[in-house]
Ligand binder design. Structure first.
Ligand code: 9D3
Length: 236
């Protein structure tokens, strides 16, 4: 799978997406990530990419020309049209179901806004989908783009090893994970629950499922309501 990111800050990406699981998938050739500096596509002698908003108001707006030129450099010569995603606080809130859908694409282009956003005409011309990562204010679309890339890439076959595989992601579907422990058996006076040391696999399974349910009820009652509602619907 291929991603091209159009951004004013390409160096922000390499530090995050050059490491760990995504870094390994890139060096193995399973995914290709390109970070394109929109400023390289400015035709202005001062390499300008933003200007004052028509009609007045605070801040700067990213001009459509450099973004369009950067986009063209990605798609020229392709015999298909990759989906273009604009990261914006106005987008639909990204979730795991969307990550699963996007993981089916062979090529995505991500456009990161900065300042007060981009000229509306570039959205009309090239953008297929607008995504937000939640209702809080960031300084730009770069961190959201990294979150989307990370969430989508780990669903691409071969990116996760056998051990980390997402196939059995939630043991008890939709519930939060049960608590995990490793050595030592006692830490600052706190013992690992005895059942986990017992070697009794049926009891361990039962305890973990109980813990998942208890945790979901106390930490994420909203998720619990959704699961119970789904189970009720399936009875009908
Ligand atoms: C003054 C109006 N601002 C809206 C509250 C404009 C504005 C704020 C922040 C425009 C862009 C941004 C930068 N954020 C993003 O580009 C962004 C974002 C976010 O801030 N939160 C969650 N998801 C996303 S996706 C892109």
């Amino acid at each position: 799978m291929r991603f091209d990111v159009l951004t004013l800050f390409p160096s922000m990406f390499e530090a995050v997406l050059g490491e760990s699981i995504i870094g390994r998938a890139r060096s193995r050739g399973i995914i290709t990530l390109n970070f394109i500096n929109i400023r390289d596509y400015s035709e202005d002698k001062h390499r300008r990419v933003d200007d004052y908003p028509y009609g007045g108001g605070k801040g700067m707006v990213m001009q459509p020309g450099p973004i369009y030129n950067a986009y063209k450099s990605v798609v020229e010569g392709l015999e298909y049209k990759p989906k273009v995603i604009y990261l914006t606080p106005q987008g639909k809130v990204f979730n795991q179901a969307m990550a699963k859908e996007l993981a089916k694409e062979k090529h995505l282009i991500l456009l990161c806004g900065h300042y007060e956003g981009v000229d509306e005409r570039i959205i009309e011309e090239i953008v297929d989908m607008e995504l937000s990562i939640g209702d809080y204010v960031l300084t730009g679309g770069e961190i959201p783009a990294m979150a989307v890339i990370d969430a989508v890439c780990r669903l691409v076959p071969g990116v996760l090893g056998n051990e980390e595989s997402f196939k059995d992601e939630s043991h008890y579907s939709g519930l939060l994970e049960y608590p995990q422990y490793t050595r030592p058996p006692e830490f600052l006076g706190r013992r690992v629950p005895e059942v986990l040391l017992s070697g009794h696999h049926a009891n361990i399974e039962k305890w973990r499922k109980e813990q998942s349910i208890l945790r979901t009820c106390s930490k994420r009652p909203d998720l619990m309501d959704k699961i119970l509602l789904k189970e009720k619907k399936e009875q009908i």
